[in-house]
Design a protein around this ligand. Structure first.
Ligand SMILES: Cc1cc2nc3c(=O)[nH]c(=O)nc-3n(C[C@H](O)[C@H](O)[C@H](O)COP(=O)(O)O)c2cc1C
Length: 175
């Protein structure tokens, strides 16, 4: 029960952070987070995800220009979550390369977000961005598909919790 309560608290108090303080984010913390994130499950243990961690401020500014979903500001590092679609296709087939990789990105984001929150960091997932522009800016190889940009940094503003539907609206029982 102790573990359940600890984890529930981390899950429920995580918020999307859009405004970050000036505090620098150490590479050690990011390595800590990513070293746990590599334990996420993937279909057939495909492990198709690749994470590009962008510290370079000039490149971050460029990415922001092509990301309408990036609406806040402040000092953040960006983790671009990509799937290696060639890898996914060769090892997992068409379904893996067309749909399953998106599920993997969701699992990776939530894992990163919860770990970051447990360390006092905040995250902002962004899917509204130009994939083509990000591919060009980061000089990504053809096989890497950027799916989500995750901003990560120290929160400056923590928003109020957003509402959630009640349990009886979202579950039904088959007995
Ligand atoms: C798949 C996905 C895409 C999202 N895209 C954006 C985005 O482009 N820009 C943004 O500011 N927030 C984005 N968000 C954050 C959501 O708006 C946020 O999670 C939601 O309003 C609930 O608020 P909370 O995370 O603080 O609980 C995204 C979240 C998810 C899961």
């Amino acid at each position: 029960m102790e573990k359940f309560e600890f984890l529930s608290n981390i899950i429920k108090t995580r918020r999307t952070i859009r405004y970050f303080s000036d505090q620098e984010i150490s590479k050690d913390l990011l390595i800590k987070i990513m070293d746990v994130t590599r334990w996420i499950p993937t279909g057939s243990n495909l492990q198709d995800l690749r994470f590009i961690i962008v510290y370079n401020k000039k490149i971050l500014r460029l990415i922001k220009m092509f990301s309408p979903g990036w609406i806040g500001d402040g000092n953040s590092v960006t983790i671009v979550i990509c799937s290696d679609l060639k890898w996914a296709l060769e090892r997992g087939g068409l379904y893996a390369a067309k749909e399953m990789y998106l599920i993997h990105v969701g699992i990776a984001f939530q894992t990163i977000a919860l770990l970051a929150h447990s360390l006092g960091l905040g995250t902002n997932p962004i899917v509204s961005f130009s994939k083509e522009a990000v591919k060009t800016i980061l000089k990504l190889p053809e096989n890497l598909e950027p799916v989500m940009i995750v901003l990560i940094g120290y929160p400056k503003v923590v928003p109020e919790p957003t509402p959630r539907l009640p349990l009886d609206k979202i579950i039904s029982w088959v007995e």
